[in-house]
Design a protein around this ligand. Sequence first.
Ligand SMILES: [Zn+2]
Length: 310
Amino acid sequence: MRITREFLENVLKLKNVRDCGDNFMASCPFEFLHTDGKDSNPSFGIHKESGLWHCFACGEKGGLTNLVSRVLDKPPLVAAEIINGYFSQKVDIEKLARKIKSFEEALNTENIKTTNLLPQGYTKNLPKNVINFFQNRGISKGVLEEFEVGFCSEGVYKDMIIFPVFVNNFLTGFVARVVGENVVGKKYLLPKGFRKALYNLSPIEGCVYLVEGPLDVLKLYTLGLRNACALFGSSIDYFQVRLLIKHGVREVVVMLDGDVVGRNATKKVVELIKPFFSKVSILNLPDGLDPCDISERTVLRMLLRSVMDL
Ligand SMILES: [Zn+2]
């Protein structure tokens, strides 16, 4: 393969490229994933011969096609063509296309048995009690289908609702929730190694409503508010902030649960995110009301009008 400095600097526009024998080092192109959002002391290394790369700061790694695809924001097949136009050792386009196709087919299969991303026993066929659970909350069947909400009848997540987590339409993992309301202990179970992204995040121009859980998102979606994202809890971290920025979010309305925990958390979330967005507002829900308890479009519209600008 023999990666060149010219390729890294001119095609991928990497900064601070340094020759280190078998490898090049450079500032990480994914520095928005770093804790401080920077990579002033280059942590990104790429092996000249194989094109394999790894960043010691954010832990991202992969092959050359993956790197080109992500840095230039092109589909993998286009990235492979760019590489093939540049280097003598070619990426096998047909093989790559087959790989992508089988991955997509696996995602589309009605009942996925085991993948790394969804738990064993996941099915989109929801049992009656789960359908009732959502119906009682006014979440429509169409929305459940759209979000590929599923159920586990066996395995570690037996009898739990499964919410696949998509970022940018890509499946990145899942969270599980017990069925029912009056539950002792935790309602949600996050799989080991689950990296909190945001539920329902896709490229957006403008405003996002931040809520606590997937149920809030699904309820608001049913009521016609499609740009709500869930934090998987009442706090936000820098990784989530960077994801929002990366997806084009400019304005944020914080809409956490209408309880003591939610109100206290709102202050912290606002403090943390304020420097990063052009506008941050708060929507304080009435006492005891969570976004998923809002019952009608009209109520929602009234609430949205009461957004407090900061
Ligand atoms: Zn990095």
